[in-house]
Design a binder for this molecule. Structure first.
Ligand code: ADP
Length: 763
């Protein structure tokens, strides 16, 4: 090492010596280029490096640096000398020593002159090039200087919004006191993202006034300065952010370690006495500690290595420092690993508890499982859940872990919501977790007789949306049990439990509602079925006796009596119709209507329907007919009576809502299905109401219906009946008066009887 240093030093001294020798070489140092007249004139000018006082010699086929003193007496005597002139200035000369064998001719002398001129020119070029190069390097250095040093002050200025300036007078950059120079030739604004942050003033040398080019350059410089300032600001921001992040990391490490040492009730340290490692206790004799090496993690002290009765040499100190570094690193790694494992285990517990909770639909069972699992899995002294009552007055203990919890819950333990010092009530009121890491220090703390060993307690609100359902309260029998991390974990748990509880409650509510609805529906249907039966019997007798009277079996009638009786009969019929419809609907809805399927010719039924309805058609002077192209040989399996009922209803409706024109019926067989259409030329149905008419008690226009009568049940019943056959019933109409409406039945030839089920409707 020393030898290397020495030789480096020698080399340095040598080069210094050479340098000073070179400087010492006089201005007469000459350039000897040619030894041989046959040499090429463009002899390697690129070999010239330095502009001052150097010479080169071309001798024995090679070019070498030359100092005047090196010319031998003989050579000096016999030279031919030619000056090197560039730009009218003598910048050197060429000396040629002709070969002994060959004399120097006039031609050769001319050639030498030529060569000299070219060499001079070339040298000058190189000088200019070198000068330019130097200027560029200097400029670069100046820029660097500006950006890294002078502008740092400026940077502060930007940050602190101070009004500061700098001036540069070709010698140095200095702070500028005045707000702006008194006289200036050019003023340029410096803008960063359109924000004016300063000005650049330029004052020219009076002998060299500024021209347009200069002004442009100043403007360009102002832009560059702005850009640079912005870059620097960004850089400063970035470093500030990094510093903040570093500070945060340090703080986190410090806090984590504090929490860690507080929590792990491990020994204060360990002691090694060259025989064994033992935990350090308060009363371990420490001897004479005379060397201490701190253990640090990210700049935060986490412990120290101390030595007693030790003589520590500088090497020993270095070694302990290294050991301390490695130990700290390893300790930190172990702590982090432990922390991560602990976190993972806790989250797994949260997942286990909440998944158990979410599969339990009984709210009470759910809460009991949650408290038991929480206590067991998190190794706690106690866990219980309080629920807020509807009026938000009290928090009632809903579930507690183990026997103690059960006892407390059954005794109806409750906390007033406005209880000042209860951390459970506070957690509910403040909607935030509250931790007490030493309950005995809490004001007004009264230990529950069943939980005498509680030392730490944490209350976490159970929140869904913006509603606090209750509080999860966990307790430990040691102090300092709950860390920020525990708060996070239990908050997650409480939220999940709250959601599961909400779901369970909603489910229970929904099941209850559903059961109620079912019961109501059953009651309604059976009521209707009974009532219609009860209504029908007296009504039938009213109709029967009015018939008897009308036929004058009980004596003659006056015309007025006949009229009145006919009205009684008409309304009685209407009432019967209504009762029948209600009964049908009730039967369908309660699943008590069964189809009786038989095979028959569809055409027969259609003919039957036309003959039944024809009296009304002729009364209204409407044409009622079966289309000639209607399929007459369609044998279908269906409930004959019900299909006839549907068709009668459709034809009756068609006649009710048609004043003039015709009603036609057509059946067309399509593969295994049949399409029956009942078409009229009446008022039609607005397209927006085409589906409404199939809703119970819905009539498009109550005034028309009042005129023509109706219950609003015909179409819904018809649709259900067709659906029970596995078919569809729908209407088509443009809603234009005179164009009418067409009702279609599309059903399988072999009825696809649907299992009739009670229909539940929540209205
Ligand atoms: P309603 O006993 O009142 O006729 P429906 O369920 O049979 O009950 O019909 C419901 C409503 O559908 C009727 O009140 C009427 O407004 C409309 N509607 C049914 N058939 C026709 C039709 N062919 N042309 C025009 N409107 C009709």
């Amino acid at each position: 090492m020393a030898a290397e240093e020495l030789s480096a030093r020698i080399r340095e001294l040598q080069s210094k010596l050479e340098e000073s020798e070179a400087r010492a070489a006089t201005a007469e140092s000459k350039l000897a280029l040619l030894k041989n007249r046959a040499s090429k004139p463009q002899a390697s000018p690129a070999m010239l490096y330095d502009r001052e006082q150097v010479g080169f010699t071309y001798r024995n086929e090679s070019i070498q640096p030359l100092r005047a003193v090196e010319l031998s007496a003989e050579e000096s005597n016999e030279v031919v000398e030619t000056p090197l002139i560039a730009g009218g200035e003598v910048i050197g000369d060429i000396k040629i020593t002709p070969s002994n064998q060959q004399p120097w001719t006039a031609e050769e002398a001319r050639l030498t002159n030529n060569v000299a001129q070219r060499v001079a020119l070339q040298i000058q070029n190189l000088r200019l090039l070198a000068a330019t190069e130097r200027a560029r390097t200097e400029a670069q250095a100046a820029t660097r200087q500006f950006t890294h040093e002078s502008w740092e002050g400026f940077l502060d200025g930007i940050r602190n919004s101070e009004r500061i300036g700098y001036k540069y007078d070709q010698a140095a950059v200095e702070p500028y006191a005045e707000s702006k120079p008194a006289e200036h030739d050019i003023q340029e604004t410096v803008n960063v993202l359109d924000e004016h942050i300063g000005n650049l003033y330029v004052k020219a040398d009076p002998s060299q006034p500024l021209n347009e080019d200069d002004r442009r350059m100043v403007s360009a410089i102002a832009q560059r300065v702005a850009q640079q300032v912005e870059n620097l600001r960004l850089l400063a921001d970035a470093s500030r952010a990094r510093a903040d992040a570093e500070e945060a990391t340090r703080r986190l490490s410090r806090e984590s370690w504090q929490a860690y040492t507080q929590r792990s009730n491990s020994a204060l340290g360990y002691i090694y006495d060259t025989v064994q490692v033992k935990p350090l206790t308060d009363n371990t004799p420490l001897g004479n500690v005379n060397f201490i090496q701190p253990l640090t993690v990210r700049g935060e002290a986490i412990g120290r290595i101390a030595m007693a009765d030790a003589q520590v040499t500088p090497e020993g100190e270095e070694l302990t420092a290294q050991i301390a570094a490695r130990v700290s690193e390893q300790l930190e790694r172990l702590r982090l690993t432990e922390e991560i494992e602990k976190r993972a285990a806790e989250l797994a517990t949260v997942a286990a508890v909440s998944s158990t909770a979410s599969t339990t639909l009984n709210p009470d069972e759910l809460l009991q499982q949650v408290v038991d699992l929480t206590k067991e899995r998190f190794n706690l002294y106690h866990a219980h859940i309080y629920l807020a009552d509807e009026s938000w007055n009290t928090l009632l203990l809903a579930a507690g872990a183990g026997d103690v919890g059960h006892q407390m819950a059954t005794s109806g333990h409750a906390i007033q919501m406005d209880h000042k010092s209860s951390i459970v009530a506070r957690a509910a009121r403040e909607r935030a977790s509250i931790v007490s890491n030493d309950v005995r220090t809490e004001k007004d703390y009264l230990p529950h007789p069943l939980l005498p060993d509680t030392r730490s307690e944490m209350a976490v609100p159970m929140i869904v949306g913006d509603k606090v359902l209750g509080v999860l309260d966990v307790q430990a029998d040691v102090t300092n049990r709950f860390t920020d991390e525990d708060v996070n974990v239990k908050t997650t748990l409480a939220t999940q439990v709250a959601i599961a509880l909400q779901n369970a409650r909603l489910y229970a509510e929904q099941s209850a509602t559903l059961a109620q609805l079912r019961e109501l529906d059953r009651l309604k249907s059976s009521f209707l079925a009974n009532m219609s039966h009860e209504l029908r019997t007296p009504l039938n007798s009213i109709l029967g006796f009015s018939d008897v009277i009308l036929e004058e079996l009980d004596g003659p009638l006056t015309p007025n009596m006949t009229n009145d009786l006919k009205l009684i009969q008409k309304n009685g019929q209407h009432l019967l119709h209504l009762i029948n419809d209600v009964l049908d609907m009730a039967k369908i809805e309660s699943g008590k209507l069964n189809l009786i399927i038989e095979k028959f010719n569809l055409h027969d039924i259609i003919e039957e329907v036309t003959s039944i309805t024809s009296p009304l058609a002729s009364e209204k002077d409407l044409a009622l007919f079966i289309e000639p192209d209607s399929d007459r040989e369609v044998f279908i399996s269906a409930d004959r009576t019900r299909l006839r009922q549907v068709l009668i209803n459709l034809v009756n409706n068609a006649m009710k809502f048609t004043e003039t024109g015709k009603i036609s019926i057509r059946a067309v067989c399509e593969k295994a299905n049949v399409l029956i259409a009942v078409k009229d030329t009446g008022i039609g149905i607005p397209p927006t109401h085409l589906e409404d008419v199939f809703q119970e008690f819905t009539q498009v226009d109550s005034t028309t219906t009042r005129k023509v009568g109706g219950t609003g049940l015909g179409l819904p019943i018809s649709r259900r009946l067709i659906q029970m056959h596995g078919g569809r019933l729908w209407a088509e109409s443009a809603g234009v008066d005179g164009e009418g409406a067409t009702f279609y039945i599309f059903m399988p030839i072999e009825a696809n009887v649907e299992e009739s089920e009670p229909v539940t409707k929540a209205k």
